[in-house]
Design a protein around this ligand. Structure first.
Ligand code: ATR
Length: 277
């Protein structure tokens, strides 16, 4: 029996067992996926002892992602770009780590807004935290070379541009967000504004370009104020739940040997759980 888990502190809120448990059942795999509460000071030992404790690997959530990054013996480029790891597996006894937020976001964007096109207008990223890093890296991997990062704290946006190195990015003024739907091809909110219905980004969609795509990584509520405002102008929208579901795929495939599918049924299952919380 293959075993995997998600570690964090606290860990109660994690939806990962629901997602992986659904796939284990759906594909008839003899495996388990559990939640394990691991204190920050115990994280490195937990990861070193993965094999000893019978785990093929694990997911890592807050506040342990940077610690997992530091403990890894092999890092995938996505983890290096973000400076944090959320997926761990063992290869020849060594701890391998990646960050699947990049994959999760880009997969969901491709499936919900197929044909999104940034060839003539910039992509705008709102926010400059870990999620912004993962998503900027994804757009770069997809060949986008005009990305504008807007953050309340301008220095963080500038630091992200510097860290990503290699051109194609610029940090703008936070106020540029207000009318960015007039000049952006894709807008992605990676800030916590709108979470639990609190805060509003203040974007004006009244003169939005009709082909502008608006994505939010916040998934509680699923229809954030930002997405509602964009939808009211008939823009294509991409919600945050898909990223959560798709980012789980690479880990499951590594540990259990099957590439699982993100289906409407899985989406309904997780949505029902979020709504019941
Ligand atoms: P994560 O790693 O999950 O992306 P984070 O590093 O805490 O999270 O980043 C949160 C983002 O939300 C940041 O870009 C933050 O802006 P600052 O760098 O200025 O703090 C943004 N954010 C949070 N609250 C905000 C608010 N009230 N207004 C504007 N931006 C906010």
């Amino acid at each position: 029996m293959k075993r995997a888990c998600v570690i964090g502190w606290p860990i109660e809120h994690s939806r990962s067992p629901l997602i992986h448990g659904h796939w284990l059942q759906q594909y008839g795999i003899d495996g388990s996926y559990t939640k394990v509460a691991v204190r920050p000071e115990e994280a490195e030992t937990f990861l070193r002892d993965l094999a000893k404790n019978g785990y093929a690997g694990c997911n890592v959530t807050v506040p342990l992602k940077e610690l997992a990054f530091a403990a890894a013996e092999h890092l995938e480029p996505e983890a290096i770009a973000v400076g944090a790891a959320n997926t761990i597996w063992l290869e020849h006894g060594k701890i391998h780590a990646t960050n699947t937020d990049t994959y999760g976001f880009m997969k969901h964007l491709d499936s919900e807004a197929p044909g999104w096109d940034s060839s003539s207008r910039p992509v705008v990223i709102l926010g400059a935290g870990g999620a912004a890093r993962a998503i900027c890296f994804g757009f770069r991997q997809a060949g986008v070379d005009d990305i504008v990062i807007l953050n309340r704290t301008a220095e963080r946006a500038q630091k992200l541009v510097t860290d990503l190195a290699g051109g194609g990015f610029r940090a703008g003024d936070w106020d540029e967000r207000l009318n960015c739907a007039e000049w952006a091809s894709v807008i992605v909110n990676t800030t916590s504004l709108g979470m639990m219905g609190k805060g509003d980004l203040g974007l004006d969609f009244s003169s939005a370009r009709p082909d502008c795509v608006v994505a939010d990584i916040v998934y509680v509520p699923l229809q954030t104020a930002l997405l509602q405002q964009a939808q009211a102008q008939d823009l294509r929208i991409v919600d945050g739940l898909g990223m959560l579901l798709h980012q789980a795929v690479p880990g499951f495939e590594r540990w259990f040997g099957v590439q699982p599918e993100v289906t409407p049924e899985l989406r309904r299952l997780v949505l029902a759980d979020l709504e019941a919380a």
